[in-house]
Design a protein around this ligand. Structure first.
Ligand code: UDP
Ligand code: MN
Length: 326
């Protein structure tokens, strides 16, 4: 009797093992999804776009058939066009000019939708600047206007005519059509600009302002802001100016430039150092100013100045076998 039971047990044992293995395999398989898993959904809501890489697994890696009948949310509304930043740069011939323009172009090339208005202080467009701009890889306009000789004296404001030429070009170009969104700022060729500055100024509605580093005999100057409004100026020089701000410290919307067609930089009646303030007075009020750079608590532009190149050992007559542009 005992041996019969024993032999039966041995006959059944393989079958019992097969059943146990089958049950085990089945419990390890994931349950079929009741609803599609979100990360396989082609248009899953919210940040669905970031999920898309999951679908790039290739055949056989957990892909599931696409359910074409899922309701798709409507496509997002088209993004408003990025306002163009117009940078007006006065520039003049000197040994460091090409080096300055190179630094500037290297910055501007990293800014989306920027149009560079380069205005030479010269009777004609120079070959050096023309060649440079042609290779700069930037949308640009090349203008020129010479500063009258009587104004080329120390202590007198610089680049007045050049900035006005840039303004005139903008007004002429946009005068006959409904202006595209745009922001203008004055970018001297020797300053230093962080890329963040362009993000800040791009949202200018009328006139925006921010701090400037290394200017006015101080580490920085800045508009003083209370409750989101400019209420005064931190400056080491003539704090009584209505807008005690450097040229590098503000931007103006294209719309404001077009709706104030007579606003220009003035020679007559403008005292040294008052150019910015005189210009801003023509187009805005202190109450209207839009503080940028975290309520004017961050320096994103520096009024750096390049030292004059030392050419003491430059030969009087050309000695080299080749002529090289510097
Ligand atoms: N500039 C010019 N003609 C001049 C002197 C200066 O076009 O005779 C330009 C210069 O290239 C710069 C801007 O005007 O883009 C301001 O000049 P600068 O940097 O010498 O002035 P500061 O640093 O003293 O404000
Ligand atoms: Mn300068």
């Amino acid at each position: 009797m005992k041996s019969v039971l024993f032999s039966r047990f041995f006959i059944l044992l393989p079958w019992i093992l097969i059943v146990i293995i089958m049950l085990d395999v089945d419990t390890r398989r994931p349950a079929p999804p009741l609803t599609p898993r979100p990360y396989f959904a082609p248009y899953s809501g919210g940040r669905g776009g970031s999920r898309l890489p999951f679908r790039r697994g290739g055949p056989g890696r957990g892909r599931e058939p696409r359910n074409e009948s899922w309701p798709r949310p409507p496509p997002p509304p088209p993004e408003p066009p990025l306002p163009t930043i117009y940078a007006i740069t006065p520039t003049y011939s000197r040994p460091v000019q090409k080096a300055e323009l190179t630094r500037l172009a290297n910055t501007f090339r990293q800014v989306a939708q920027l149009h560079w208005i380069l205005v030479e202080d010269a009777a004609a467009r120079s070959e050096l600047v023309s060649r440079f701009l042609a290779r700069a890889g930037l949308p640009s306009t090349h203008l020129h206007v010479p500063t009258p000789r009587r104004y080329k004296r120390p202590g007198l404001p610089r680049a007045t005519e050049q900035r006005n030429a840039g303004l005139a070009w903008l007004r002429q170009r946009h005068g006959h059509q409904r202006a595209q969104p745009g922001v203008l700022f004055f970018a001297d060729d020797d300053n230093t600009y962080s890329l963040e500055l362009f993000q800040e100024m791009r949202t200018t509605r009328k006139v925006s302002v921010w701090p400037v580093g290394l200017v006015g005999g101080r580490r920085y100057e800045r508009p003083l802001v209370e409750n989101g409004k400019v209420v005064g100026w931190y400056t080491g020089w003539r704090a009584d100016r209505p807008f005690a701000i450097d040229m590098a410290g503000f931007a103006v919307s294209l719309q404001v430039i077009l709706s104030n067609p007579k606003a220009v930089f003035k020679r007559r009646g403008s005292q040294p150092g008052m150019q910015e303030s005189d210009f801003l007075r023509q187009i805005t009020t202190v109450e209207e100013l839009e503080p940028k750079a975290s309520n004017c608590t961050k320096v994103l532009v520096w009024h750096t100045r390049t030292e004059k190149a030392n050419l003491a050992n430059e030969p009087k007559y050309h000695l080299d076998t080749v002529t090289i542009e510097v």
